[in-house]
Design a protein around this ligand. Structure first.
Ligand code: FE2
Length: 297
């Protein structure tokens, strides 16, 4: 049984469903060059999403914003980024993630692997490069953090920089009032613990599945793919255009790829079950092209 205090969501998809409400598919596409046309209007809509959110989603964000402090992120990096928990192939990791079942969601008769294959297959149908397809397949493998017993609010959720001012455009911004960092002046200036244009590689984002997986795969995939993996939950930047002042010129250029990936992340899940056995040879070869037989997790 999930511990209610650490697991307010019935399942991780509840967070993603909320993202889809905020960023509807036929609204503004997450295409390269996307800019919100009327920032004030958006702000108002944001507040409405908050009012209309399910209590479980609201509680999830309350915990996330309360507990994701600068020190918490440092501690989690130390705890997980030595990658000394397991040695697994990509398939073994996919099978392991698949043991995460959403019993309580009547909508979800599909597994985590089914969802990842749907994402990858849509990218493949659209004629993108092989590494892009592979990124679709693996991008959520970091969610195995849940299986290590990590609370939901430290695995999923929109990510944001810790150690500097919180953007007003982060959803449920008001919950940051209870974050101890909000009372630390050096963490509340515009650049905080960082410097203008320092580059996101030097910026600590709130801890979750993106950063964990990035560290697992960083030696094996092209830069574009690594940006997609590392920043796909960084909605304040890739959908809201915030935190430009911390980005390097390279970050700004590479975020076009993060935005190109976002529609596949958000909108490709369907009820159609992929034929895993039929697809397996293609993905076996694709995985072999980029990854060693086992990786450290
Ligand atoms: Fe994700």
């Amino acid at each position: 049984m999930p511990d209610k205090a650490n697991a307010p969501l019935a399942n991780l998809e509840e967070w993603e469903d909320f993202l889809k409400v905020r960023y509807p598919e036929n609204g503004q596409p997450g295409a390269p060059g996307f800019q919100a046309t009327d920032p004030n209007k958006k702000q108002e809509q944001f507040r409405n999403y908050e009012t209309d959110a399910r209590p479980s989603v609201r509680e999830f964000y309350r915990l996330n914003h309360r507990h994701q402090t600068y020190d918490f992120v440092q501690a989690k990096r130390k705890e997980f980024l030595s990658l000394s928990r397991r040695q697994m192939s990509i398939w073994e990791a996919l099978d392991y993630l698949n043991t995460l079942v959403d019993e309580s969601d009547p909508d979800t008769d599909l597994s985590q692997l089914d969802h990842l294959l749907q994402t990858a297959e849509q990218i493949r149908r659209d004629g993108h490069p092989r590494w892009f397809i592979l990124t679709g397949l693996i991008h959520d493998l970091g969610k195995i953090l849940c299986l290590y017993g990590e609370p939901q609010w430290a695995v999923v959720g929109d990510t944001f920089p810790v150690g500097c001012a919180y953007s007003e455009k982060i959803v449920f911004h008001q919950f940051f009032a209870d974050n101890p960092d909000s009372r630390v002046p050096r963490f509340q200036s515009r650049t905080g613990a960082y410097s203008e244009g320092c580059g996101l590689d030097h910026v600590c984002l709130s801890w979750g599945h993106d950063e964990y997986l990035y560290n697992v795969v960083k030696d094996y995939l092209p830069q574009e793919a690594l940006y997609m993996v590392r920043y796909h939950s960084f909605y304040p930047a890739h959908r809201e255009g915030e935190y430009q002042h911390l980005m390097s010129a390279e970050d700004k250029k590479m975020f076009a790829w993060v935005r190109a990936f976002n529609p596949y992340d958000l909108y490709t899940k369907s009820h159609e079950r992929p034929d895993v056995e039929k697809l397996r040879p293609f993905y076996d070869e694709l995985i072999r092209q980029y990854f060693p037989a086992t990786l450290r997790w």
